[in-house]
Design a protein around this ligand. Structure first.
Ligand code: S3P
Length: 170
């Protein structure tokens, strides 16, 4: 697996970052959080990038950063929730990577993200109805690009990490 990457995708609040960190620890691999990579590179937080450059501007930066990240292998990469919307990004993810989709119900997502204001798409829309609608718009896409799907509802971080390790063969 050291010659590949594990790319975690899924809706905001499905636990991608936390699970990536756990997987990296368990397997002595390196963890890369694409959003953090973007913030470090741009020296700006996600909210400010959206405010100054709009969602398309953010998506361009996201694609650029993904290109950097997939040049290396042996990483667990936590990808932002909207990163699979562009075909180009999915091709990049598949280049050296296995794509793992994490899922959760809108209610679980809401509980995990409700006190966090760092996601511009949810600011002013922090309710189960909005989350349900955006998730519904994206869910076919997530499923279509995923190699492996792991549901996270009611599971501990360790259980999710173990399920991924087993399915991917880490
Ligand atoms: C987004 C998800 C966020 C971040 C940005 C846009 C999305 O990442 O990339 O706010 O479009 O779903 P997380 O999924 O890590 O919260």
């Amino acid at each position: 697996m050291k010659d590949k990457n594990v790319m975690l995708i899924g809706f905001m609040g499905t636990g991608k970052t936390t699970v990536s960190q756990k997987l990296a620890l368990d397997h002595g691999m390196h963890e890369i959080d694409l959003d953090s990579y973007i913030v470090d590179r741009e020296k700006m937080n996600i909210t400010d990038i959206f405010a100054e450059m709009g969602e398309e501007g953010f998506r361009d930066i996201e694609t650029d950063c993904l290109k950097d990240v997939v040049d290396r292998t042996g990483n667990i990469v936590s990808c932002g929730g909207g990163s699979v919307l562009r075909d180009e990004n999915v091709e990049l993810m598949k280049k050296n990577g296995v794509i793992v989709l994490l899922t959760a119900t809108p209610e679980t997502v809401f509980e995990r993200v409700k006190d966090d204001n760092t996601r511009p798409l949810l600011n002013g829309n922090m309710n189960i109805e909005f989350i349900t609608e955006l998730m519904r718009k994206r869910e076919d896409r997530y499923k279509e690009v995923a190699d492996v799907v792991v549901d996270t509802d009611g599971k501990s971080i360790q259980e999710i990490a173990d399920e991924i390790s087993q399915q991917v063969g880490l």
